[in-house]
Design a binder for this molecule. Structure first.
Ligand code: SF4
Length: 62
């Protein structure tokens, strides 16, 4: 499963990072980005939670 953050949609609320900082980090523009785009199986549930929690649906996961 691959995960990416749409930089145009991210409003820097920080939820995804607080849910799963193994996958999401702040980038130089103070937006969230996925550092591990290929999500390990043990983190899939956390990433799914981040996807559902993101207020702008900025996280794409498929
Ligand atoms: S939860 Fe969504 S809007 Fe908030 S920092 Fe993460 S990607 Fe950006």
């Amino acid at each position: 499963m691959k995960v990416t953050v749409d930089q145009e949609l991210c409003i820097s609320c920080g939820l995804c990072i607080s849910i799963c900082d193994e996958v999401f980090h702040w980038n130089a523009d103070d937006r969230a980005e996925a550092v591990a785009t290929d999500v390990p199986e043990e983190l899939e549930q956390d990433v799914q939670e981040a996807v559902e929690s993101c207020p702008t649906d900025a996280i794409k996961y498929a």
